[in-house]
Design a protein around this ligand. Structure first.
Ligand code: COA
Length: 190
């Protein structure tokens, strides 16, 4: 069924614009660079990130992960930003399953252990949400997390992503299938 909304960036047009930096107050979201390898390796060396994002990474894989983002932007399948504080990468946030025709996307995030508990994920999510509704013209953005991950639940709730329900056994982690909370925020939520 066609969308009733007129998207700010029509489907197929993302490749025509450069991936922007997004101001998030004392944080800055910026496209990944080849010299971010150490930050990416540090992220995927963390047991919590390995667990909740279901992977680890060596140097070659980190380089490939970074390099893939520009193609994903051009192909409209994803958009990833490094989250910087004082010029240092402290986390990542990304749009996945982008569907510009329907105005939909899902967000994923992680924060390096030393930077947690200071509102980094919440502020990055707030800034990306504003940009995605305002500039990209999305209508609905989802966050999904395991019901065993209360920190991610708090981040989503704080950023105005309403808990809509629980998807049973939707994600397989190292310790088996997890039920997933589905949160979403609509552009019309204000
Ligand atoms: C989840 C994660 C991104 C949060 O990043 P952060 O920058 O520390 O998040 P914030 O500081 O913005 O907010 C953390 C919130 O979680 C809460 N929190 C942290 N640990 C918690 C726990 N074990 N139980 C309940 N709440 C918890 C904090 O109190 C805070 O809530 P508040 O704002 O209501 O006080 C980070 O812990 C992380 O990267 N974890 C590993 C990867 C991961 O879980 N990614 C998400 C997958 S869906």
């Amino acid at each position: 069924m066609p969308s009733l909304a007129t998207p700010a960036v029509p489907a197929g047009a993302l490749a025509d614009i450069a991936q922007p930096e997004i101001d998030a107050g004392e944080l800055r979201l910026r496209p990944w660079r080849a010299d971010d390898r150490e930050a990416v390796l540090a992220g995927y060396a963390d047991p919590d990130i390995q667990h909740w994002h279901c992977r680890s990474m060596n140097a070659l894989e980190a380089d490939a992960w970074i390099a893939a983002w520009s193609g994903r932007w051009k192909g409209e399948s994803g958009a990833g930003w490094a989250v910087e504080r004082d010029g240092v990468v402290v986390g990542q946030i990304s749009l996945r399953r982008i569907d510009l025709a329907e105005g939909l996307a899902e967000v994923s995030y992680w924060v390096l252990p030393a930077a947690r508990g200071a509102g980094v994920a919440g502020r990055a999510l707030g800034a990306l949400t504003r940009w995605s509704f305002g500039t990209l013209g999305l209508h609905r953005i989802e966050v999904a997390h395991s019901t065993a991950n209360p920190a991610s639940c708090a981040v989503a709730e704080r950023a105005g992503f309403v808990l809509e329900g629980t998807k049973r056994g939707e994600a397989k982690h190292a310790d088996g299938w997890h039920d997933m909370h589905l949160h979403a925020r609509l552009a019309s939520d204000g």
